[in-house]
Design a protein around this ligand. Structure first.
Ligand SMILES: Cc1cc2nc3c(=O)[nH]c(=O)nc-3n(C[C@H](O)[C@H](O)[C@H](O)COP(=O)(O)O)c2cc1C
Length: 192
């Protein structure tokens, strides 16, 4: 059982990173393996929208870390995506990577898109400064979750848990409740 953690935060000591670290340790405590990749450590060019990958099944525009990340996603049993909310959305670098990997995650058909990564279990996590319940009602962390949910849904991921943590400017430390949510999410991810 191998879990890939995609950390979309540029802040290696921020809340997303702390939660991703707790989840990683928890997975390892269960005797499973987990690796973490920081989107901001990856180098990839933005998609040029040529759509050639949709027929070729590969991106011939630029060989870069987007292909490397796609391979890691394809090889993983489970995926955890952590993303802070930026402008009610996910950070640009994370979006750029998902844009570049679309051909390996879903396939266009005459009807509904075909998911190419069916069966992988997935956890989605987002943080934002907007406090609860406004982070949900005004699509702040919820906006970031909507985007990663879209990626997960069309890729065929089975989303087992979503965690949204608001008010991060006023409450910058993880509470025991936050930590417990991370632990519980991993139990769900690793359960059969
Ligand atoms: C460029 C940028 C845009 C942001 N946009 C929003 C936003 O739209 N709504 C919000 O509530 N917080 C926003 N924030 C605040 C972050 O979501 C918040 O600081 C979050 O806790 C960062 O998480 P991290 O420490 O895990 O990286 C933004 C921060 C940055 C740097």
């Amino acid at each position: 059982m191998n879990t890939l953690i995609i950390n979309g935060s540029p802040r290696k000591k921020g809340l997303i990173s702390q939660m991703m670290q707790i989840m990683k340790s928890e997975i390892e405590k269960h005797g499973a393996t987990a690796s973490m990749v920081y989107s901001n450590d990856l180098s990839a060019k933005p998609c040029i929208g040529c759509m050639a990958c949709r027929t070729k099944g590969e991106c011939s525009y630029s060989q870069d870390d987007s292909q490397r990340l796609l391979k890691m996603i394809q090889e993983a049993d489970n995926i955890i995506i952590g993303s802070p909310c930026y402008w009610g959305n996910i950070p640009g670098q994370l979006k750029l990577l998902f844009d570049r990997m679309v051909y390996g995650m879903m396939r266009d058909t005459d009807r509904f898109p075909e998911p190419l990564l069916k069966g992988k279990k997935c956890i989605l996590v987002s943080t934002c400064t907007t406090p609860w319940p406004l982070n949900i009602l005004f699509n702040q962390s919820h906006g970031a979750i909507r985007v990663v949910r879209e990626v997960g849904h069309y890729s065929g991921f089975k989303i087992v848990k979503v965690i949204e943590r608001g008010n991060t400017a006023k409450r910058p430390q993880l509470t025991e409740k936050d930590k417990a949510k991370c632990t519980k999410a991993i139990e769900k991810l690793l359960s059969k």
